[in-house]
Design a protein around this ligand. Structure first.
Ligand SMILES: [Zn+2]
Ligand SMILES: [Zn+2]
Length: 341
């Protein structure tokens, strides 16, 4: 039986935290549920998931539909598209059966890449490897979730670059139905007609547009994501801000939310390059701590790290252990000063 490998290469960088990753998580579940009721897909489709932040890993190896359970998606620091592509290519090399003179191998894998940002690494080498060794062996459909990804860069290794224009719940639902339909039509086409290739479903009525990947694209940074540590529980969280469009002051970012994360997993997926770079003045709205409920989750320590604070007079930074008290609480935000002794 020739398998049709479907890979998802998914960006799990910090800007995906909150709603975005939840929509992707729910979307993966609906894809699997729907494919489970499709006789063609059940026969041929195998699903694999590779994730990337600052580092990449295989989250689910290639598995047949009826045995596949969608995993939980972690969040990591950074967007290393190069490492993501390399990890995917290694996985294809390792798991997909090649056609030789003696045997018919698997059908050409179809890869759906979801990303919402610009790479923090230089992906040139990985793109070169893809174009020289994989572009004829596999098909890649690159989807920008929102308008923050560099579609010109995606166009360097994919002939199918699309942009999901809105990232609200309904757009995501329609989008994942489109992904499901595309997998179904591709599995019919290989099974019935022996045509090896990607067969994308109609995008009519979906907030999804085909992008000319050769065209220049300028990307603004649309999110600021700050990592903090809870001073009560020692757990970590991310605070996400989104740029306010149409605002006269360009660098004005509005609070989206604060989300607990698994600190260990976050670090294991990070490249260590993403220091918290922000100016409190740019940020509109300070959240309470999502771990303990302390009223202020964005206290900046001298060590450069961020933690939560309640109404205790003496504070202790859970990152560096420094103790001190609040020095000022003006319009520039709160800063902590080193205590005596
Ligand atoms: Zn806390
Ligand atoms: Zn500190």
């Amino acid at each position: 039986m020739r398998r049709l490998p479907i890979y998802f290469l998914i960006d799990v960088s910090e800007s995906m935290v909150g709603d975005q990753i939840k929509q992707v998580q729910d979307g993966m579940r609906t894809i699997i549920q729907s494919l489970r009721t499709d006789p063609y897909a059940l026969e041929t489709v195998h699903i694999g998931i590779v994730i990337f932040a600052g580092k990449a890993k295989v989250l689910s190896p290639l598995t047949e539909i009826f045995k596949f359970y969608p995993p939980e998606f972690p969040i990591g620091g950074g967007t290393s598209l190069g490492k993501g592509l390399d990890c995917l290519m290694d996985e294809i090399e390792h798991s997909v059966v090649k056609t030789t003179a003696e045997q018919k191998g698997d059908w050409k894998p179809i890869v759906f890449l979801f990303t919402d940002g610009t790479p923090t690494d230089n992906p040139d080498k990985a793109i070169e490897r893809w174009n020289s060794k994989f572009s004829k062996r596999a098909n890649i459909v690159a989807i920008s979730l929102g308008d923050n990804a560099d579609t010109q860069l995606l166009g360097r290794f994919s002939n199918n670059v699309l942009r999901l224009k809105d990232t609200d719940e309904n757009s995501y639902k329609a989008f994942f139905k489109w992904v499901t339909d595309s997998i179904k039509t591709s599995s019919v086409s290989v099974t019935d007609r022996g045509i090896d290739g990607v067969n994308l479903a109609d995008t009519h009525g979906i907030n999804l547009e085909k992008v000319d990947g050769s065209q220049t694209c300028t990307v603004d940074e649309n999110f600021i994501v700050v990592r903090g540590k809870c001073s009560e529980t020692g757990k970590q969280y991310l605070v996400k801000y989104a740029k306010r469009f149409g605002d006269f002051f360009k660098s004005d970012f509005k609070l989206t939310g604060a989300y607990p994360i698994d600190g260990e997993t976050y670090e294991s997926l990070s490249d260590g390059q993403n220091a918290n770079k922000f100016n409190v003045k740019q940020l509109k709205g300070i959240p309470s701590c999502p771990c303990c409920g302390n009223s202020y989750a964005l206290l900046v320590c001298e060590c450069g790290n961020v933690f939560c604070v309640g109404d205790k007079p003496v504070l202790r930074c859970p990152w560096c252990g420094m103790e001190g008290e609040i020095a000022n609480a003006g319009s520039e935000g709160i800063n902590i000063n080193r205590g005596q002794g």
